[in-house]
Design a protein around this ligand. Structure first.
Ligand code: ADP
Length: 255
């Protein structure tokens, strides 16, 4: 067992919709500097747990600690500012804008719009903008998108759009990235690229939590797997451990 504290730790996390319990997790941890995959059958609560951790929905009960700080009361953009940044299964991009502008729009922290826009002197914000633009171009280059950086993203393939979303998440300088189905609907070549970029982020000291249905890819990329079923964690371990766990076979793999 690692002696380092987990970067993310949730305790007693519950979320109900009406009378239905979507998530009821006693303990959920994400170790630092690794890829953790969250898997489980449809309706198991993966998206809800992801939403709870990233702050897009708030839990009925429970605590969430990120990097030693209680974050359960913070909205998503404040968690993002602390370094906890997510992507979406269906990319949330502005189709008419090119990739560069999507990266620039996506990273404007909500708190900065308004206050900073009204208080910063024009020449200063202009210099910031140039720096941001250079960073956006650098992030797009990092994920191999330089050739399509100036095309409206609505014209890009599903895989390219996932890469734009990934690059946009990197713009926020995350320490932990939550990736919602990064390999779904992505052609094999871009899928391999995405795996490399995820591994590179982790090699640089980052942490990744991903939700993914593509089990072969999960087994390849994750050091640790958490299996959810009916809102609860039924197994946690290495890919080999969880795939040999009879509860996981019964609930998920065997189906
Ligand atoms: P998964 O991502 O593993 O497929 P979800 O987290 O999307 O599972 O859903 C878990 C359960 O919670 C499902 O039964 C789903 O119908 C229910 N659920 C999720 N979001 C809502 C919501 N906003 N309102 C009502 N029920 C919901």
């Amino acid at each position: 067992m690692s002696t380092r504290s987990p970067i993310l730790a949730a305790r007693g996390l519950r979320k109900t919709f009406g009378g239905f319990t979507a998530v009821d997790v006693e303990s959920f941890e994400v170790p630092r500097g690794e890829v953790t995959a969250l898997i489980g059958p449809n309706g198991a609560g993966k998206t809800t747990l992801f939403d709870l951790v990233s702050g897009f929905v708030s839990g009925d009960t429970g605590t969430i600690e990120f990097d030693g700080r209680a974050v359960q009361a913070l909205p998503a953009h404040k968690r993002a500012r602390l370094g906890l940044v997510r992507t979406f299964q269906l990319t949330r991009l502005f189709n008419d804008l090119d990739a560069v502008d999507n990266l620039l729009v996506g990273t404007l922290p909500a708190g900065r719009i308004g206050l900073a826009a009204s208080t910063l002197r024009p020449f200063r914000s202009r210099r910031d903008l140039v720096a941001d633009r250079e960073r956006a171009l650098a992030e797009l280059e990092r994920v191999g998108l330089t050739p399509v950086a100036h095309i409206p993203v609505g014209k890009l393939s599903g895989g390219q759009r996932k890469l734009v979303e990934f690059a946009r998440a990197l713009m926020a300088e995350p320490t932990a990235l939550l990736l919602d189905e990064p390999f779904a609907g992505v052609n094999p070549s871009i899928r391999e690229d995405m795996m490399r970029y995820v591994n590179a982020f982790v090699a640089d000291g980052g942490t990744v939590l991903l939700v993914e249905h593509d089990l072969p890819r999960v087994m390849q990329i994750a050091q640790r797997v958490v299996v959810l079923d009916r809102g609860a964690v039924i197994s946690t371990g290495t890919p080999a451990e969880v795939t040999a766990d009879q509860r996981v076979i019964d609930a998920y793999i065997g189906k």
